[in-house]
Design a binder for this molecule. Structure first.
Ligand SMILES: *Cc1c(COP(=O)(O)O)cnc(C)c1O
Length: 389
């Protein structure tokens, strides 16, 4: 199977559009020269519209986890009491990082396949006033759950705890209103909804977070965000960054802006609803109820065994899906539909799945119906509010 025809439908890295590939392939420049300076400042400035924030955004050379670790290293002291909301492997990652930095970690576990109830967060904080930070996962990619960031933000309103969010698999595909929802720190990365190769992570910091940073004594150097802020004032990176990925990101932002951010969000909801309708038509059980269904990744808990073989056979037909992680390993498979993903891509993906299962046309037909209804609604000027949510 030729790789340029492969459908890469995993929850990241995601397919990089050809224009973005070319932009990232331009010859290297001086990372302290005028070309890079303008590219870096341009990308960081335009990202504010996607983050919906006036806060400072910093770029780190690393994967999404580097931004997560930087948040902990810069904002949490040894023995600080923190609350981590865990409903999958990425929430679990926050807990592991906080433990590595010797915080006292409280875990509010919610079922893998559901979202966290904001009221539980509010109750926990009322009973535990010493919590200095709450760590949340917007889109839990291991289950395909989209958490209610606004509701969690409201639960934190009466608390001094910092609100720190992993939005790696949502930002740029799902609405994240950093300022309106009171989020102090948002982490994301280049290789998910931002349609670029892996290699850059982005992190936004509120004034409160910057003040807290000055009071934290955890050892740090490469991820010392104070150094990044000092250099940002001079419009330069502190160390050699992933220059190629910045060029790619600049082009990816062109694509997102020309489609329009709200249309990008609507497209992701349409993709979610197409995939869910198609899978339902095949009687494939969805892991997540409509209420929590993610616009960027969908998990299926099939009744058949040997999901590994199923995925390997699909790969041979040119469609790459993901298996389960952590305790869902061997139990589920996941379809990524974020970033560079279109309704036609979903039809192809569903066609491959149903052909493999010996069905013909039901999944594609169900998804096409969702798509044409969505097109009608959008042409009628109503926008797309979603089928199932
Ligand atoms: C992909 C992802 C990350 C980051 O993973 P990296 O491999 O470090 O980029 C973090 N959180 C979520 C929810 C993700 O989907």
């Amino acid at each position: 199977m030729a790789f340029d025809r492969q459908q890469l439908r995993i929850p990241g890295p995601t397919p990089v559009p050809p224009q973005v590939v070319s932009a990232g392939a331009r010859p290297m420049v001086n990372h302290r020269g005028p070309v890079f300076k303008s590219t870096m400042m341009n990308v960081l400035e335009r990202l504010k519209k996607l983050f919906k924030t006036q806060n400072t955004i910093l770029a780190l050379t690393g994967s999404g986890t580097s931004a997560m670790e930087a948040s902990v290293a810069n904002l949490i002291n040894v023995n600080d009491e923190v609350l981590v909301l865990v409903g999958g492997t990425f929430g679990d990652r926050w807990a592991k990082i906080c433990s590595a930095y010797q915080a006292q970690v409280h875990i509010l576990e919610y079922p893998w396949g559901e979202g966290v109830e904001p009221q539980q967060v509010a109750d926990f904080l009322r009973r535990n006033p010493r919590i200095t930070a709450v760590f949340a996962t917007h889109n839990e990619s291991s289950t395909g759950v989209l958490n209610d960031l606004q509701g969690i933000g409201a639960a934190l309103a009466d608390s001094d705890a910092l609100y720190i969010v992993d939005a790696v698999s949502s930002l740029g595909g799902v609405d994240v209103r950093t300022d309106q929802w009171g989020i102090d720190v948002v982490c994301t990365a280049s290789q998910k909804c931002l349609m670029s190769p892996p290699g850059l992570a982005f992190i936004s910091l509120s004034e409160r977070a910057k003040q807290r940073m000055a009071q934290v004594s955890s050892p740090r150097f490469y991820f010392d965000l104070r150094i990044y802020m000092e250099w940002l004032a001079k419009e330069e990176p502190p160390f050699t960054p992933n220059v190629a990925c910045f060029f790619a990101m600049e082009k990816a932002l062109d694509l997102i802006e020309s489609e329009g951010l709200e249309q990008v969000f609507a497209r992701h909801m349409i993709l979610r609803d197409m995939v869910r309708a198609g899978l339902r038509a095949l009687d494939l059980p969805l892991l997540v109820a409509d209420k929590w269904a993610s616009p960027t990744v969908t998990a299926v808990k099939p009744k058949f065994d040997n999901i590994g073989r199923f995925l390997a056979e699909l790969r041979d037909t040119g469609v790459e899906l993901a298996g389960g992680q952590g305790r869902l390993s061997g139990e589920i498979f996941r379809i990524g539909h974020m970033g560079n993903a279109s309704p036609l891509d979903m039809l192809t993906t569903l066609a491959a799945i149903e052909a493999r299962l010996g069905s013909h046309g039901q999944a594609v037909a169900a998804a096409e119906q969702v798509w044409s209804r969505a097109q009608q609604e959008q042409r009628g000027g109503q926008g797309y509010e979603g089928d199932s949510v």
